[in-house]
Design a protein around this ligand. Structure first.
Ligand SMILES: Cc1cc2nc3c(=O)[nH]c(=O)nc-3n(C[C@H](O)[C@H](O)[C@H](O)COP(=O)(O)O)c2cc1C
Length: 175
């Protein structure tokens, strides 16, 4: 699919079929996410994919009810980043925004992730609302990683609405 068409076709998807994504496709998608730029090429993003019934049930339990409903039948990817690296000098001194830069890098990676998924015929939902402690326990995520979204991934069960965007002049200043 041509890039602009791909960007326009992607939708946050809140209804999934029972078709389960394959391990090979998850690997392809994460390999694409890994191509995103990052602070000093530190590549601090980390991913935990829930593909088995057990792992999917664990991630599902970590979600509030409305996100459970939206992501039913999907598999999940938990996205984290190693803290105190992006946004820090090699000797460990933070820039003003500190770990926000690690979140920035992970966001870039996740943008690649959702678009690659879309290219392969998958749909996604980024979810910021989830219980981080239960995810940390289940995937044995160490305290040096900051957990950001859970991303549901699967095949849409029904067409999803386009969410309108602000006018360009509301978000862009040119001098
Ligand atoms: C950081 C982040 C957190 C989000 N958290 C949730 C969430 O918990 N539940 C949900 O249904 N959608 C969530 N969304 C999806 C947004 O609501 C969605 O991207 C936005 O409405 C634009 O719609 P679109 O993705 O279809 O273009 C989140 C998106 C982002 C980027």
């Amino acid at each position: 699919m041509e890039f602009t068409e791909l960007v326009k076709n992607r939708r946050s998807t809140r209804s999934y079929t029972e078709d389960r994504i394959t391990k090979a496709d998850i690997e392809q998608i994460i390999a694409c996410a890994q191509m995103a730029p990052s602070w000093k090429n530190f590549q601090t993003g980390r991913y935990y994919a829930a593909l088995s019934d057990e792992a999917i049930a664990k991630v599902y339990e970590s979600l509030p009810e409305f996100n459970q409903k939206s992501s039913k039948n999907a598999a999940y990817i938990v996205a984290t980043f190693k803290k105190d690296r992006s946004g820090f000098s090699l000797d460990g001194n933070p820039e003003k925004a500190g770990n926000i830069w690690g979140g920035y890098d992970l966001g870039l990676q996740n943008a690649y992730l959702i678009l690659k998924a879309c290219e392969l015929g998958y749909d996604t939902l980024i979810m910021g609302l989830r219980d981080e402690d239960s995810l940390r326990d289940y995937f044995e995520i160490t305290d040096d990683e900051i957990i950001l979204p859970v991303i549901a991934i699967g095949k849409k069960a029904s067409p999803q609405p386009f969410r309108p965007r602000k006018e360009i002049n509301e978000i862009l200043t040119i001098k």
